[in-house]
Write a protein that binds this ligand. Structure first.
Ligand SMILES: Nc1ncnc2c1ncn2[C@@H]1O[C@H](COP(=O)(O)OP(=O)(O)OP(=O)(O)O)[C@@H](O)[C@H]1O
Ligand SMILES: Nc1ncnc2c1ncn2[C@@H]1O[C@H](COP(=O)(O)O)[C@@H](O)[C@H]1O
Length: 194
């Protein structure tokens, strides 16, 4: 299984990615989690990324490429993976296409189009997203930063929906239901029984 989880902040990407990764015994790779670990460990990347994350901005593309490449080359990512929060910009998606041709977990793809990957978009209305994020209470879950993250999502990440739809790799799921209902729907559409 090669899955990308898209959708705005608070859509439930991390929640659903972790559930399905446990079920299918493949890694859940969250660039947000990797970056937060770098911030806590005060690595050079963490020091550079922190201000962007605190402001609700995307970390520059160039800082993401190496960590994703390194993670995708780890042995546990050979048989499948769920990427959560990457790619988030068109240049990241183009980079990822190239990377898929090189990493064992790309399944020998000659291009991103070729690959068996599916890009899942979880659709949730903004008012529900804001309520969810305010009650999650992460450091960047304050009203001002949430508004900025939603704006950044619309401007920079939402175009990827068309990018993957054009290639017939998009799977759209209503994320505005209970966690259990969303999981059941994802299992159904991803196992081809929709
Ligand atoms: N279907 C759901 N119904 C209600 N609450 C949910 C649902 N899915 C997730 N949540 C809750 O909403 C919050 C955000 O979920 P989650 O962290 O999975 O979102 P995300 O898309 O990964 O967000 P981000 O991009 O900001 O990391 C969490 O507190 C989670 O428990
Ligand atoms: N793919 C990414 N590109 C740029 N910035 C990213 C990316 N993934 C995560 N970030 C930064 O981390 C925070 C939190 O990410 P979550 O996926 O919401 O946990 C995000 O706001 C970016 O600043």
């Amino acid at each position: 299984m090669q899955l990308i989880f898209m959708g705005p902040p608070g859509a439930g990407k991390g929640t659903q990615a972790q559930l399905l990764a446990d079920l299918w015994k493949i890694p859940h790779i969250s660039t947000g989690d990797i970056l937060r670990a770098c911030v806590v460990a005060k690595t050079p990347l963490g020091e550079k990324a922190k201000a962007y994350m605190d402001a609700g901005e995307l970390v520059p593309d160039g800082l993401l490429m190496d960590i994703v490449q390194e993670r995708m080359n780890q042995p546990d990512a050979k048989a499948g993976w769920i990427l959560d929060g990457f790619p988030r910009t068109v240049p990241q998606a183009a980079f990822f296409d190239t990377l898929l041709c090189d990493v064992p977990g790309g399944g020998g793809a000659k291009s991103g189009k070729d690959c068996a990957l599916r890009a899942v978009n979880l659709d949730v209305p903004d008012n529900v997203l804001v309520t969810r994020l305010l009650s999650r209470g992460r450091q960047d879950d304050n009203e001002q930063t949430i508004r900025r993250r939603l704006q950044v999502y619309r401007e920079q990440t939402e175009p990827l929906i068309e990018f993957y739809r054009d290639r017939e790799q998009l799977v759209a799921v209503d994320g505005d239901r209970s966690m259990q209902e969303v999981t059941a729907q994802l299992q159904q559409v991803l196992s081809g029984n929709s």
